[in-house]
Structures are given as C-alpha cells and as structure tokens.
Design a protein around this ligand. Structure first.
Ligand code: AMP
Ligand code: MN
Ligand code: MN
Ligand code: MN
Length: 298
C-alpha cells in the first residue's frame, strides 16, 4: 500500500463519516497524507485539518467540482487549495445552488416509477442539505427495499434514461480549473475511466484540459480496473499531466477501497504529490518504515 489518499468524502457531501471520523480512520489505516475532497463544498476542511494534526498525519485541503463538458458530467478535483479563496467559494456556491430543485425533479420521476417519499427520504441521509445528491437517493431506495445495493439503484433508477435521472448543468471545465487555480491548487480530472467518452473524446478532453491549464489526472482510484491503471498511466505520461491517486472512499459498506491509501502500483508520469511538495522522506510511518521507500516505487 502507498500511504497517500488524495480523494475521499465526508458527510459534508455524500460520504457517511463525519470529517473527524474519516481522518481518524485514514490515520488508523496507516495513511501519511490525506486530502478531503468533498463535492462542491469546503465545510469539512477545517475540522479535517485539525484532526489530521492531532493524528499526526499530513493534510491536503481539497474539493471535487461537478462539471458539465459536452454531454457528460465530469468531476475535477482541486488539491492544495486555499479554503478561504473567495473566487473558489463563490464558484462552489453557484454550483451547489441548483441541487435542491434537481432533487425535487428526481423525486417526481421516482414517484412516477412507484418510489414514493424519495425527497424526504433522501434528505434524511443528507447531513448537509445543500449537497443533496444521487448518493442520498440511492441509500433511501435501498432502505425501502427496491434494490439490494446502491450500485444497482444507479443502474436501474439514477443514470441517463432512467426514471430518477435529471439532466443538470454544472460548472464549465474552464471555470473549475480557474477557481482551483485562483485558490492556489492543482486541478486533476477525477476517475477518468468512468466517463462514457470514446478514445477520441478522451483525447479531446485531455487536450482541452491541458489548454485550460489543467494539471493532472487520477491514475489509481477505486473505480479503475487494472486496464484503466495502465491506460491512464500512459495517457498521463504522454499528455505531460501529473498522476494522482485516491480511494474515492464514501462509506465503509459502499467503497471498494478503504480510506487512507491506494495500491502501490507504478506511476509513469510525475506524481501529483511531488508537485504539491508533500514530503515523505523525513516522515516516519506508523509501522516504523520510511515513506521514502514507498513513495519511491513511483
Ligand atoms: P450527484 O453529484 O448528485 O450527481 O451524485 C454523484 C455521486 O453519486 C457520485 O459522487 C458517487 O458518489 C455516486 N455515484 C455515481 N455513480 C454511481 C454508481 N454507479 N454507483 C454508486 N454510486 C454512484
Ligand atoms: Mn460522491
Ligand atoms: Mn467523482
Ligand atoms: Mn469522489
């Protein structure tokens, strides 16, 4: 395991653990550097940063911004951002603002498909109502016995063409990169293997992202297959983009990777932690090993 995790969620967005519990869990799993990257909101960063200090692990303030590019929704992670940045805060407030109305429309669609009470039901799962998300609807739909897990809920109800899906216009790719840069952070395309774009479309996306000043892409992330690791390793190297890593952890029962680390697979491009200046060398790890060796496998 490589003890760095630059992508995870707390109850400030659609994760199930409050920021302090999430950070403590990461530390318990041997994490050395953690970024909290809640969707479109920075409210967990202060508590997470304080807890990381108490646990003796390094903390990177982050965010995951929802973006509309062509007809796909993309997620852009910002790493090393200044949470006080006014440009970023105002941008995120604007991105969040459409969620309540979208949720009402989703609930109406689900009601027509025979799932009642979804609006109130989803809000029960949303600790931060401003961030009401499809993940909260999915949890309610599982609770009501309409599907056995959230993955099946998405397939049957919450993706394009299904009754609970509502098209939504998020931030533009250029805005997301600009806000992250205005806050002093690095912009990284989250889980590129998840987007339904052709190989040519992916090349267009990477080119456009590069031209906008984008910095990196995630190579190691829980929704990537072994083939994706290889594919995005090569694409990152060839596009001169930094390689990022993160679990995208949401909840103990829902996630493929636990929070706090990622498989120590080789990276072909420069790791994003080097650009962020995260020191591993003189940081003794919990098990006494030195992180230099782990980070050095890149
Ligand atoms: P939203 O921002 O409301 O569109 O919700 C997106 C969130 O739903 C993502 O960040 C994931 O946490 C979750 N999600 C998206 N697709 C899936 C899926 N196929 N299975 C499980 N969770 C998903
Ligand atoms: Mn999510
Ligand atoms: Mn995402
Ligand atoms: Mn995420």
């Amino acid at each position: 395991m490589r003890p760095i995790d630059l992508h995870c969620h707390s109850t400030v967005s659609d994760g199930m653990l409050p920021p302090a519990e999430l950070v403590a869990r990461a530390a318990g799993n041997g994490c050395r550097w953690l970024a909290l990257t809640d969707h479109d909101d920075l409210d967990g960063l202060e508590t997470a940063s304080r807890t990381a200090g108490e646990c003796g692990i390094g903390f990177v303030p982050g965010v995951e911004i929802s973006v509309s590019w062509r007809d796909v929704t993309l997620h852009i992670v910002g790493l090393g951002i200044d949470p006080a940045s006014r440009t970023l805060r105002e941008g995120l407030a604007q991105v969040r603002s459409g969620r309540a109305e979208r949720a009402e429309q989703m609930a109406a669609g689900l009601a027509r498909a025979g799932i009642g009470g979804a609006l109130q039901g989803a809000y029960r799962y949303a600790t931060n109502p401003a961030l009401i998300s499809r993940a909260h609807f999915a949890r309610y739909i599982v609770e009501q016995g309409h599907a056995r897990d959230t993955g099946s809920v998405f397939k049957r109800y919450l993706v394009k063409g299904k009754p609970g899906y509502v098209r939504h216009e998020w931030a533009s790719l250029g805005d997301a990169v600009e806000w992250i840069h205005a806050a002093g952070g690095l912009a990284v395309i989250a889980h590129p293997g998840r987007y339904r774009v052709s190989a040519a479309g992916m090349q267009d996306l990477l080119r456009e992202f590069r031209e906008l000043g984008g910095d990196g892409i995630e190579v190691i992330t829980s929704s990537h297959s072994t083939e994706d690791y290889q594919r995005f390793n090569v694409l990152a190297r060839d596009a001169s983009l930094l390689a990022s890593v993160g679990s995208d952890f949401h909840a103990p029962e829902e996630s493929w990777m636990d929070v706090g680390g990622v498989p120590a697979l080789p990276l072909l491009a420069t790791p994003v932690w080097q650009a962020l200046g995260l020191a591993f060398e003189d940081a003794p790890h919990a098990d006494g090993s030195r992180l230099e060796a782990v980070a050095g496998t890149a």
